[in-house]
Design a protein around this ligand. Sequence first.
Ligand code: NOJ
Ligand code: CA
Length: 556
Amino acid sequence: MIKKWWQDSIVYQIYPKSFQDSNGDGIGDIKGIINRLDYLKDLGINVIWICPIYKSPMVDHGYDISDYYDIDPSFGNMKDMELLLKESEKRGIKILMDLVINHTSDKHIWFEKAMEDLDSKYADYYIIKQGKADTPPNNWRSIFGGSAWEKIADTNKYYLHLFTKGQPDLNWENKEMRNELYKMVNYWLEKGLGGFRVDAIAHIKKDFSYINLPSDGPDGLVDAWEYYRNAKGIEVFLDELKERTFKIYDSMTVGETDVKESDRLVDFIGENGCFSTVFDFCHVTYHINDDEWKNNPIEMVNEIRDKLFEKQLNSIEYGFLSNFIENHDLPRSTNRFIPENEIGFYSESMLATVYFFLRGIPFIYQGQEIGMMDFPKKSIDEFLDLATYQNYKAYLGKGFTEDEALKKINIECREHSRTPFQWSHDKNSGFTTGTPWFEINPNYKYINMKDQEDKEYSLLTYYKRLVKLRKSEEYKEVFIYGDFIPIFKEYDGIIAYERKDDKQRILIINNCVNKTSTIEIKENIKKTLLNNYEEILLDKENIKLLPYQSIVLEIN
Ligand code: NOJ
Ligand code: CA
């Protein structure tokens, strides 16, 4: 295996709007990030991924870019960005920006010119097709709900938007457009970025080999995933992108794509693959409040474990997956995986331990390290995200009452992870001196960074211990490059695995449910590297794991 600088990354994801405001306008900004770099350094991470900060009308909170070469004024300016790069560098931290190149904003100059003149070269930068009679070119549903096509005024033509209508999809078949993108990517890499998290990249290739498909819902539309997710031929575009940009700068790239067929992984994360790594999404559809799992947390744990292990084993020969339990598109991990009355230090630190030592790159999403939680709303009007409203409307369309639809949204919506960071129990949680753009979870009074930073048994301190162990000189080789071996699969509710190389053997054992479990361990325990309880109840060859206990042991 060729060794690369990014293989020892521990990434911290920042949702900039909600991280730290520096000027009292209620919106997090780049200067705010700079002010918190010492906090991140102290946490121990060495890479930061920042969600989009380019100029944007913010229809999708920055994932709709109107100028790739500029910073949105709400976040600061190019000088701030350059300072951020410099200050991060000083602290040994690399920055990844979010690269959104499946679509632009409808306020991007290319799209505006395209709309002005449908015969201009810019019209072919987008996907514009003739409607049929008075209906869109086909019945694809947008990923955010409703038709994926928007009618262009005074014509019978439509443009494609797989996300909101403010995010027209780019036409990757157009070479000139691709060249423009590569130029822009290199402009940023020249500035000294570590690389990119590459947004929605699975969708850049579309397969238009059909007209309509049988509908899968009352709206007459269809989620046509196989026609626009990692569609055949995408590798050609991805390779060109890599060759013309990332490769030149030895960048770290994290593809936002779920590669379902393991035999295709080689093209994505193999030594000659187009990305350094891609996310492992195997757990994102699980929620403890779903009817299927509500009374059955053990079954849920077993099922997630099997999927996780399958992904680990399938990827190991090709490269590295990126492992995470939270991001800005999901509710908070505690609410997703832990029954409400069992959320606390033990269950939270267990969740962290489960994924942190898997083979691959660990990601921490802002606030996860202090146990930030979902903030359910009393009315749909309190939400801000278009995708939330679309999902709500879709539930009403399926016959749910308003109360039922709100309940669903309160369980599954991504806005839970977007509430402002809870820095302290002071006014507005120390996030802003002004009015926060999005309501702060009132639990900041008792869940906040300040109250945890110097405590021996806080979640924040536990995360620091995790990070320290994973990057310690003594063990980092085995955690990065070691083998992955599933263990104790015969025990319900336990997620355990071994990491192993020529020199060391480490067991990571997690009791993921609220009951004690006794496991038989034959190996000789050399050292306890981590434990979220104060002691390990060991009786000859039996370890009695307490509810939500996690231990990391070196054996020989
Ligand atoms: C994935 C991003 O993570 C999400 O927040 C965004 O809405 C879509 N891509 C569209 O860019
Ligand atoms: Ca601000």
